[in-house]
Design a protein around this ligand. Structure first.
Ligand SMILES: [Zn+2]
Length: 168
């Protein structure tokens, strides 16, 4: 029985180990965390990386916007009736006062008749050679008409290279 009492006395000798160490360790842990926050390079990296990413898209947008708008304004300016030739042009109709793309038709004019007459004089009558000028658009006058009101705006004459405005 006495042996049991000795064992009871010997057991409490193992218990005493310290709670105060845990409190001292927790107080020591705090300052290194603060020091790591102040010295941590993470805050510097976050400020540096977004600056690099913002610069690249701005440069791409500037290069893409410059070349587009310039050629469009030059082509859309209306042409005066005096400057019309043999191709459809954007001009102002003198009848309905609207900006339209003129529709062109070739009609035989004085240049056409003059060329066929010279062919007759030269004796090129065989195989209908004197009728060739009536099939060549380069020897015909060009008539510009308005696609909206359907009226004739002007006529480009081949023989003198002038534009004659059509009068009602
Ligand atoms: Zn018109």
């Amino acid at each position: 029985m006495s042996n049991d009492k000795r064992d009871n006395f010997s057991n409490p000798g193992l218990d005493p180990p310290p709670p105060p160490y845990s409190s001292s360790e927790s107080s020591q842990i705090v300052p290194p965390n603060e020091s790591t926050r102040l010295h941590s390079p993470n805050t510097k990296h976050y400020s540096a990386t977004p600056n690099l990413t913002y610069h690249s898209p701005q440069r791409e947008q500037v290069h893409a916007e410059i070349p587009q708008p310039l050629p469009l304004f030059v082509e859309q300016s209306p042409v005066l009736l005096q400057d019309l030739r043999t191709e459809p042009c954007i001009t102002i109709c003198p009848h309905c006062k609207q900006i339209v793309l003129s529709s062109t038709k070739f009609k035989s004019g004085s240049a056409t008749y003059l060329t066929s007459l010279t062919l007759l004089v030269l004796g090129l009558t065989s195989w209908g050679c004197c009728l060739i000028p009536f099939c060549v658009n380069n020897l015909k006058d060009c008539v510009h008409s308005c696609p909206k009101c359907g009226k004739v705006m002007a006529k480009y004459s081949r023989i003198d290279g002038k534009v004659y405005r059509h009068r009602e």
